[in-house]
Design a protein around this ligand. Structure first.
Ligand code: GLN
Length: 317
């Protein structure tokens, strides 16, 4: 049941207060530098958007500035895989036999756990898990990048593209991802050549979007799998709930417990400083601030989400 309109505070006012409060925290973070182009990010950037199911948009800061979505793409790859699972029996069983659904408690690009756990990644929100999802998609999509861009265009109502400069930079720095893919191949958990899988993964990470667009993308997850502007069903209610559940438990890597404690909403972060989130039955949300904490999540972004939830009293827990 939707919460009555009257209990929602003035979201424009809230976002401005949240931005004033959270922005200063960015000085304690560090922009990602293991992907050379990201090292050039301006640490002072900040944007936050909350979009209601009826399309009303509330924003503060630089919400129309594009940035690479990075690991936020893991959500959309999982959504595509879940669409395939909605359409054909056996896809979900195959996927969940090759990737788990538990928080990792390890950094997003760690190889250690993968070795101990015989090449089965803990979940699809860490790099190794996303590589498995991409490997599955190679069997089910003619062109998984094209399908991802199409999905994002449906969810935002706008064209979405890959940033070629980011892609080049990232391809040159994908050593750990290649190592993970090869390690999983050595355990028999990769069906396609590792280069092909890493390529598909890297392209999705290099998709460029704005904070406003990203806030629109999660509204279908807040709406039982239906994109609210068009009424188009993106996922079955069961799979929509599960994608949100995995974001909640695994979307912020080894800080997922802290995010649950502080924010209490499904979230997914990327190393360019974006975090998408959602308030079930109400809002799609995105915040962007490039400096990261030690777990690789936007520092001011986490503070902003915590403050937002406190101000709106909308956490799911
Ligand atoms: N492209 C990045 C990588 O593979 C994505 C990581 C992230 O956003 N956490 O390392």
């Amino acid at each position: 049941m939707p919460v009555p309109e009257a209990v929602l505070p003035d979201l424009d006012q809230v976002l401005h207060d949240v931005a004033d409060y959270a922005r200063p925290y960015a000085v304690d973070g560090h922009v990602a530098d293991y992907i050379p182009v990201l090292a050039e990010s301006d640490p002072g950037r900040f944007g936050m958007a909350a979009v209601e199911l009826d399309g009303t948009e509330h924003t503060v800061g630089e919400v129309d500035e594009p940035f690479p979505i990075q690991s936020i793409s893991k959500v959309f790859s999982l959504v595509l895989a879940m669409q395939k699972a909605d359409a054909a029996e056996g896809v979900a069983d195959e996927l969940w036999s090759r990737v788990g659904r538990e928080p990792s408690g390890d950094p997003f690009n760690s190889l250690v756990q993968l070795e101990h756990e015989s090449g089965i990644p803990r979940n699809p929100m860490i790099n190794a898990g996303a590589l498995i999802v991409d490997d599955v998609l190679l069997d089910h999509c003619e062109d998984s990048l094209h399908s991802t861009l199409e999905l994002l265009e449906t969810l935002t109502g706008e064209p979405v593209e890959v940033d070629k400069q980011v892609l080049d930079s990232e391809q040159g720095a994908a050593h750990r991802n290649r190592a993970m893919a090869n390690l999983m191949a050595s355990f028999g958990n990769l069906r396609h050549p590792s280069d092909e899988v890493v390529d598909a993964y890297t392209r999705a990470c290099a998709i460029s979007m704005t904070t406003r667009q990203l806030a629109r993308t999660t509204r279908f997850l807040a709406n039982d799998g239906v994109e609210p502007d068009t009424g188009k069903r993106i996922l079955s209610p069961a799979h929509s709930k599960r994608v949100a559940a995995i974001m909640f438990t695994c979307g912020t890597y080894d800080a997922a417990g802290e995010f649950a404690f502080q924010v209490g909403l499904p979230c997914k972060s990327g190393v360019a400083g974006g975090i998408i989130s959602l308030v079930p039955r109400h809002l799609g949300v995105c915040v962007w601030s490039p400096p990261l904490d030690t777990a690789g999540n936007s520092l001011a972004g986490r503070v902003a989400l915590r403050r937002f939830v406190e101000r709106c009293d909308l956490s799911i827990v």
